[in-house]
Design a protein around this ligand. Structure first.
Ligand code: GLN
Length: 200
C-alpha cells in the first residue's frame, strides 16, 4: 500500500487519515521536514490556511514542501489545502504564502458570509457514478486556472450567477474546494490514491 501523509499542522487531519485507510492506503500524520522523505503522496487538509501557512513557516516546512511538490510528489489539497496548493491567492492575509504548484488563482472565503457552509451536488471528471454531495465550509473557489491545470468540477452559481470552479487537477496535484473527508463518500480519496499509484 502507498504511504500517504496528512499534513498535521492544523485542520481536519483525523478525517483524512480515516478516509485514506478506508481506501487501502497507509496513512501517517506528518509535521517534520524529514517525515516528507518516505511519502508516496500527501494530503493537505481543510482548516485555516493562514494558520497553516504560519505553522508551516515556523516548522521550516514551506521550502521542503515546495521541493517535494516540484519533484513530483502527488498532493491532494482540500479547502484550506487547496489554497495551500494554489500559485496565487485573492483575499489572503497580509503576506500569506502558499506551497504552490497548482497553476491557479483561488479566492479565499469566496462564497460569502451568508452561506458560510452548504452542500451541493458536484459532478467530478474522473469520478464515476452519481454526483458527489460536496460540503463547503468557508470555502475558496477557483477564480482562474492557467494552461497546465484542468478543471474537474464546477457548481452552479447562486441566483443565476456564473458557475464556479471547485475541483482542479494538474498532473499529480489535485485540489477541491470542498471536504469529501466529512462525508461517507470515498471516491475523491480513491481517485487520489490512483493518482499516487500512477493509475489515473
Ligand atoms: N476559509 C479557510 C481558509 O482560508 C478555509 C476553510 C476550510 O478549510 N474549511 O483557509
Amino acid at each position: 500500500a502507498p504511504t500517504i501523509g496528512v499534513l498535521a499542522l492544523q485542520g481536519d487531519v483525523r478525517e483524512h487519515v480515516r478516509m485514506l485507510e478506508a481506501v487501502g492506503a497507509h496513512a501517517v500524520a506528518v509535521r517534520r521536514p524529514q517525515e516528507l522523505d518516505r511519502l508516496d503522496g500527501l494530503v493537505v487538509p481543510g482548516g485555516e490556511s493562514t494558520t497553516m501557512w504560519r505553522l508551516a513557516r515556523s516548522f521550516d516546512l514551506l521550502e521542503p514542501l515546495r521541493k517535494r511538490v516540484g519533484g513530483g510528489l502527488p498532493v491532494y489539497g482540500s479547502c484550506a489545502g487547496m489554497i495551500m496548493l494554489a500559485d496565487g491567492i485573492l483575499d489572503g492575509a497580509d503576506g500569506q504564502e502558499t506551497i504552490g504548484g497548482l497553476d491557479m488563482v483561488v479566492r479565499r472565503n469566496a462564497f460569502g458570509r451568508q452561506i458560510d457552509s452548504f452542500e451541493a451536488p458536484v459532478e467530478i471528471d474522473g469520478v464515476p457514478g452519481e454526483p458527489l454531495t460536496a460540503v463547503f465550509i468557508r470555502a475558496p473557489w477557483v477564480e482562474s486556472v492557467g494552461g497546465r491545470a484542468r478543471v474537474l468540477g464546477r457548481i452552479a452559481g447562486a441566483g443565476g450567477g456564473p458557475a464556479r470552479i471547485v475541483a482542479v487537477r494538474q498532473d499529480q496535484l489535485l485540489a477541491t474546494s470542498f471536504h469529501p473527508e466529512l462525508t461517507g463518500d470515498t471516491r475523491i480519496h480513491e481517485l487520489f490514491v490512483k493518482i499516487v499509484k500512477g493509475q489515473a
